[in-house]
Design a binder for this molecule. Structure first.
Ligand SMILES: Cc1cc2nc3c(=O)[nH]c(=O)nc-3n(C[C@H](O)[C@H](O)[C@H](O)COP(=O)(O)OP(=O)(O)OC[C@H]3O[C@@H](n4cnc5c(N)ncnc54)[C@H](O)[C@@H]3O)c2cc1C
Length: 393
């Protein structure tokens, strides 16, 4: 039996941040990670360059059944705090767009930085060690495939269930339920859409085409690119929308967000140019040929009826897609939903039901938008728990 102050389950973004913070507060930490190496999702994130934060992160960029919960942790560890850490380690970075910060070189630098910070204090990382069960007596008793541990505190940082081939498991939810916690409904988030067969066939012709769009889903809307794929719809605007979408909901797409097409067509009503050619000056030609009915596209602007003009404006400003589903957890960047935050302290992430039990990162019902927000939540919640346990000392 190995004794320690804190056991952290999962060496992802949240677990490593929690470990280094608690370690720096003088606590003895062991991280148990069932994959062969730590930080696997960090390594593949942001196309290998890790979009490690977003300078504009606020609670409005997060989805949760309890929307104010994340405020305290986000205020306690801000994007600036992480930028300072990255800068201290000499990691060069740049803003790609919309406040999204990426490493200039490689995501590996972020993992190395976190491990180096852990190495500065009493933090031990045991990789290739799977936690099998946790029970609580006076202390927590943790059984793995290799050993038994006893600790005062246990931090569940085991992530969500997206991308199971990277080591994602539902372990965190099982442990939460075992200790009497509720789990809010989970679903894949930041994930491409599938289109019904008929539309899939029609739009697969333009697979690879991307357009600047505003995509609205329920009360939310996102201005970013939409990408047509051979199975449906992707690109940042669609990934964002997916986290707010549920079965049966419509996606309303404006393919000409900066224009008033009715007005423009009215002004050119005397032109002899065909509608198809006219629109190809504003949108990819392949896209126009698929989305605009052939018989109308072939007409000259001076032959188009008022009803047709209205129809075209509606198609391009308010196209309605009814996805048949999403690509699911295999392709989702995150899991929406998770451990119900109404049973956690917003300051320390400690369970209000079981003293010494903490939940951080993606396993919690706090899901960020695309653009560095999910890592910011992992850093902030990891820091809150690490500090919370640390100052108890
Ligand atoms: C392809 C991809 C790209 C992404 N890019 C970005 C990006 O650029 N910016 C951004 O902000 N977010 C990005 N995300 C989301 C981000 O990676 C996650 O939100 C974040 O990693 C969550 O951190 P976490 O520590 O909570 O969980 P994870 O990083 O998933 O870590 C959980 C760890 O727990 C381990 N574990 C699970 N069960 C057990 C068990 N029973 N015993 C021991 N260990 C266990 C897992 O192996 C894993 O290492 C991306 C996600 C994906 C899939």
């Amino acid at each position: 039996m190995t004794k320690t102050d804190i056991i952290i389950i999962g060496a992802g973004a949240a677990g490593l941040m929690c470990a280094l913070t608690a370690g720096q507060h003088g606590r003895k930490v062991i991280i148990l990670e069932h994959a062969e190496k730590p930080g696997k999702k960090i390594l593949i994130s942001g196309g290998g360059r890790c979009n490690f934060t977003n300078v504009y992160a606020s609670h409005e960029n997060f989805i949760s059944d309890n929307p104010h919960f994340c405020k305290s942790a986000l205020a306690g560890y801000t994007p600036d705090d992480f930028i300072q850490l990255v800068t201290k380690h000499g990691i060069k970075f740049h803003e790609k767009k919309l406040g999204q910060l990426f490493c200039d070189s490689s995501a590996r630098q972020i993992v190395d930085m976190l491990l180096k910070e852990c190495g500065n204090s009493d933090v031990k990382l045991n990789s290739s060690e799977r936690v099998v069960s946790i029970s609580k007596d006076e202390n927590f008793l943790i059984t793995t495939n290799k050993d038994h541990y006893s600790s005062e505190s246990v931090v569940i940082a085991s992530g969500g269930v997206s991308i199971p081939k990277m080591g994602a498991t539902g372990f965190g939810y099982d442990i939460a339920r075992q200790f009497g916690h509720r789990i809010t409904a989970t679903k894949p988030g930041l994930v491409p859409f599938l289109l019904p067969e008929k539309e899939r066939k029609r739009f697969s012709e333009i697979s690879g085409v991307s357009a600047d769009t505003v995509v609205a889903v329920g009360k939310m809307s996102f201005r970013e690119n939409t990408l047509f794929t051979h199975r449906g719809l992707s690109g940042p605007a669609m990934l964002q929308a997916s986290s707010y979408w549920s079965e049966g909901m419509v996606l309303r797409v404006n393919f000409l967000p900066d224009m008033d097409l009715t007005n423009i067509l009215e002004k050119n009503r005397s032109s002899k140019i065909t509608l198809g050619n006219f629109l190809s000056g504003m949108l990819p030609q392949r896209f126009v040929s698929v989305i605009v009915p052939e018989n109308i596209a072939a007409k000259a602007l001076n032959q188009i009826s008022n009803a047709e003009l209205k129809e075209i404006a509606l198609i391009l400003h308010d196209y309605n897609f009814y996805p048949s589903g999403t690509e699911g957890y295999d392709k989702a960047e995150v899991t929406c939903g998770g451990v119900d935050t109404r049973e956690l302290s917003s300051k320390t992430m400690e369970s209000t039901k079981v003293k010494g039990l903490f939940f951080i990162g993606e396993v919690v019902d706090v899901t960020g938008w695309l653009g560095g927000y999910n890592f910011q939540w992992a850093w902030a919640s990891g820091y809150a728990a690490g500090r919370g346990i640390g100052i108890k000392n």
